[in-house]
Design a protein around this ligand. Sequence first.
Ligand code: PMP
Length: 420
Amino acid sequence: MSDLLARRTRLLGPNVPTFYERPLQIVRGEGVWLFDDTGRRYLDCYNNVAHVGHCHPRVVAAIAAQASVLNTHTRYLHEGILTYGERLTAKFSHDLNQMLMTCTGSEANDVALRMAQAMTGKTGLIATDNTYHGNTTAVAHLSTRRPPIGGYPPHIRRVPAPDSLAPLGGSLAAQPQAFAEGVARAIAELEASGHGFAGIMLCPIFANEGTPGIGPGFLDPTVEVVRRAGGLILCDEVQPGFGRVGTHWWGHDFLGFAPDVVTLGKPMGNGHPVAAVIARPEVMAAFRNAFGYFNTFAGNPVSCAAASAVLDVIEDEGLVENAREVGAYALGLLRELRHPLIADTRGFGLFFGIEFARDGQPATEFCGRVVEAAKDAGLLLGRVGRGQHILKMRPPMPFSRANAAQLVETLDAILRKMPA
Ligand code: PMP
C-alpha cells in the first residue's frame, strides 16, 4: 500500500486526494460491498456512482456485448442513443424532452451554463457559496472548493447556501424566503453590472452544501424570483437523480418545481463515464444554434448500452421503491442515534446526513474521526458541509434493511466510544 502511495505521488504529483489517513486499496466490488487487497470487505455507504450496485452483472454484460459489436461516435445513425434518450426523457415532465449526451457531469453543467447564456444573450450566473458543480474552467468558477486564480470572475455571484446551523438567519423553515432574497440581490447586482442575469445553477437537495433538511416547496420563492428576472433554472441532478430520493426519479420533482435544464451524471452509467443534459426544445435549439456541439465519446453505443442497462435494473429491481422504503427505515434508525454533538439527522430516500456541531459551530475534527473509525469498522462513509462536519451517506440503491441495520449498529458503537 505505501509503495502504491509513493508511486502515485511520484507519478500524479501533489495534492491528489485519497480517502482516509491510511488510504484503502480496493480491488473488487460487488453489490453494496467493496473488497480491499487483503480480502476484507467494506459496506459501501458512500458511492452513488455504483447506483445499481458495484459491477452489476446486467450492466457488465451490456457493456461487453455492445463493445464486441461496435463502438463509435454519434455522427453515424445508431438506434442505441435514440432508444435510450426516448426512455430517459419519458421520465421527465415540464417539456424536458430533448437530450444532449456528455461523458461527465462537469461537461453537462458546462453545456447547461451555455444554454442559459444562449437563451438570454446574457452572461451572469449564480450558484451557492458552498458548492461543487465540476471541473471545466467555466463550471469551476461556480465551485467554491478552491477559488480561481485571480478570484471569481465578475459575471459570477455566489449566494448563501441553506444551512441547518442557520447562517441565513432564522430557522430552516424561514430559509426559503431568505435564500430567494439572496438570489434577488445577486440578480440585481448582475443586471446593474452590465453582465445581466442568465441563470442559476442549483442542486435541488443541495447535496454538496450538506443536504440541509429542506422539503417540497423550499425553492418556490427562488423559482419565482428567477422567472420574474427572465433567467434560467439549471438543475444539477448529478447526485439526487435516478431515483435516489425515493419518492421521485428526480430531485426537482421531489421539491416540486420545473427547471429549464437538468444535468445528469454519476449514477447514469453505474461507473461507465456517461452524462447528459435534458432541456426543453427551445432551450436546446438556442444552444445548438449558438454554439454547435460535438463530443467524440459521448453518446457512443457502449455508453448508451451501459446507461440503458442501468434503467433496466432500476425498473426491474424496483430500486426507486427500495430507496423509499429502506431509506425511511434507515432514517428512523439513524434518528435514534444519540450523541451530544449530533445537531441534526436528515435524509431523502437513500441519501442521509448527520451533522455534528459543538456550540453551534461545525465539529469538523470530530466528524473526521467518525469517518476514520467507521472505515476501521468496515463502513465507508463520506463527509461534506462548509466545515466538513456532516456525515454523508449515499449507498448503492440495492441497499437492504440488513445493510441499514449494520450501518446504524456500527455507527452507534463508534459514537459510544467517542467522547464529545
Ligand atoms: N455536479 C455535482 C453536484 C457533483 O457532485 C459532481 C461530482 N462530484 C459534478 C457535478 C461533476 O461531475 P463529474 O465529476 O462527472 O465531472
